[in-house]
Design a protein around this ligand. Sequence first.
Ligand code: FE
Length: 224
Amino acid sequence: MANNVISDYIPPGRHRLPPLPYPYDALEPIISSDTLRFHHDHHHKSYVEGLNKAELALVEARRQNNFTFIKYWENELAFNGSGHILHSIYWTIMAPVEFDSEPGRCTMREINKYFGSFDAFLDQLVSATIKVEASGWGILVWNPAFMHLEILTAEKHQNLTQWGTIPILVIDVWEHAYYLDYQYDREQYVKKWLCLINWCEVENRLILAMRGELPLLLAERGPE
Ligand code: FE
């Protein structure tokens, strides 16, 4: 994949909403079909549209050499681009409860090595995610600069990141992800959400990241 960069090139304004890898009701009762439908078909779609619009506006700004609104479009680029990437990962690292996967060997080794134990990892992941101020994400990343996993959080989609890290597992704690089902109780949503983790996909993403390959937008690839 890392050697195939040219075919993975996405021109300005050509991002596409990836299809959900399961039906709308596949994650019930933890995430209702209404929540999943609104979240994917409305919220994620609007990030894709916003990203395409920002990229095309910047193409036009470069063509005209007119950067009057550069601050606005750079903000749109970061907000919608990060939203698109994180949602693309979010869909793929969940699976129906019946899938019942276990953390893979590589995932367990790296978790135990850095966090001390799987329980300590989960406690930090849940605590950090619950404490995200307002809207944002809890994120397990691989940091190639330090060669270890880390748990980070993001406000909105784009703030408080460490540049260069590769998201492995992401938890959406914007209210649109849980409010219909859990109202204000983000903690209950996060704790129940753990049952949805597709650990096989987490393992795949971690192995790719550790090899120096970039699994960021796997969900966006596929037939036109
Ligand atoms: Fe979301």
